[in-house]
Design a protein around this ligand. Structure first.
Ligand SMILES: Nc1ncnc2c1ncn2[C@@H]1O[C@H](COP(=O)(O)OP(=O)(O)O)[C@@H](O)[C@H]1O
Ligand SMILES: [Mg+2]
Length: 387
């Protein structure tokens, strides 16, 4: 059943929809494409992280728009890679997280998998997180299993840091035990503050932050958020770490200049990550880094200073460029779902056990072959006995 799968990922940064074609057998990305989120869709998703009027309608419209964007991206991927649609086994679609409340028993990704299946004529696997939450887990992070499959080496420790809107770590000791959790904010606060004060989507290369000075009093206030000291399993999102959270903390430090706030936010994220790493993987020495935050030079320099014994390695050196890793993970998770294999790591999410993740929207007429192959590959249990 291994073959070509598409992964579509739009993370908490709300920057773009990333798509890849992954050769699941070789764990190799065949093509990558990106569609920036139109400003209106970005604003809608951002607003849906907070209570507001007519949310159901706005969420449904945003889901439709995201699926249309995804369908365009799928077409671009096929064109770029010169791959016919019939060779794609399925699409793994993450959707856009707008509320993440596992402690209340839910996590919500806005998505329209039926529309995506219809537009692309392909089987779509979506809603990956809710089964893990139903099994008592955080529903996040889900990338550690893929990180292990892709970057792990038997008998070696592994540490992978994803710098998306939220920072998450996947850690594996030399004996094979794996854990993973969200450390806290990475880009989400940096972006929000840069948008407010620079009028730009992000602080390019961290140039603005690098000229600022860390305000230790503000940093102490920010680090007091109980999330940082809480033990894993834990996960978080934009509905917790957002500009309102920052503004509340700033009321006690009104004198800090915008540029110094940016430097302090970068230091906050770097400190949280470094502390988590030193606490949970004190013997490690190599940190693979992926996610868009790797392009923030100021941030990477701060991290390097806090982790002098560690070598920070771009995942490109291990076969997958930083911006492609998460989308590749959801292509891989789609394969896991169709093969009936678990996608979560209970040690990472806190679920009561391994679970097959995602719901499946079979392809229509145009993709019938792919879905038939899937049914044939997974006969119902006990079918033989009934013959
Ligand atoms: N040149 C750059 N300088 C600083 N930050 C960057 C740069 N390029 C990308 N980023 C950051 O990476 C983010 C996108 O990273 P991504 O991995 O897609 O996050 P997510 O998974 O949350 O969408 C942007 O919002 C921005 O904060
Ligand atoms: Mg992104």
């Amino acid at each position: 059943m291994a073959g070509l799968f598409i992964g579509l990922m739009s993370g908490t940064s709300l920057d773009a929809l990333d798509g890849v074609i992954l050769d699941v057998g070789a764990l190799r990305v065949v093509a990558h494409a990106q569609a920036p989120l139109p400003a209106s869709l970005r604003a809608t998703f951002d607003a849906l992280n907070r209570p507001g009027a007519d949310e159901l309608h706005r969420a449904a419209m945003a889901a439709r728009d995201l699926a249309e964007l995804g369908a365009g991206l799928v077409a671009a991927l096929l064109r770029d890679a010169d791959v016919p649609a019939s060779r794609i086994c399925a699409i793994g679609s993450h959707g856009q997280t707008v509320r993440h409340r596992p402690e209340l028993g839910y996590t919500l990704q806005i998505d329209a998998p039926a529309l995506l299946a219809e537009r692309c004529g392909m089987t779509v696997v979506a809603d990956f997180r809710s089964r893990d939450v139903a099994a008592g887990g955080q529903g996040a992070p889900l990338v550690p299993a893929f990180h292990r499959a892709c970057f792990g080496r038997a008998g070696h420790a592994l540490a992978v840091l994803n710098l998306g809107g939220i920072a998450n770590l996947s850690l594996q000791g030399g004996h094979g035990d794996v854990m993973g959790f969200d450390c806290g904010p990475a880009n989400t606060l940096l972006d929000a503050w840069a948008q407010r004060h620079l009028g730009q989507p992000f602080d390019a290369d961290g140039a603005w932050a690098s000229g600022g000075t860390v305000d230790t009093a503000l940093l102490r206030t920010l680090l007091r958020d109980p999330y940082f000291a809480a033990p894993p399993p834990k996960s978080t999102g934009r509905d917790h770490f957002n500009i309102d959270w920052l503004d509340r903390a700033r009321t006690a430090h009104p004198e800090v200049t915008p540029r110094d706030v940016q430097a302090t936010l970068a230091e906050l994220s770097a400190r949280a990550i470094a502390a988590d790493l030193q606490h949970h993987q004190p013997e490690g020495r190599e940190l693979l880094v992926c996610g868009g935050g790797i392009r923030n030079r100021d941030f990477m320099a701060r991290l390097g200073r806090l982790l002098p014994a560690w070598r920070l390695i771009d995942t490109t050196a291990r076969g997958i460029p930083p911006q492609q890793v998460e989308a590749a993970a959801f292509a891989w998770l789609a394969h896991r779902a169709l093969a009936g294999l678990p996608g979560n790591l209970p040690q990472a999410t806190g679920a009561t056990g391994p679970r097959v993740l995602g719901a499946i929207w079979p392809a229509g007429e145009a993709g019938a072959l792919a879905s038939q192959a899937w049914v044939a590959a997974t006969p119902p249990r006990g079918a033989g006995r009934r013959d």
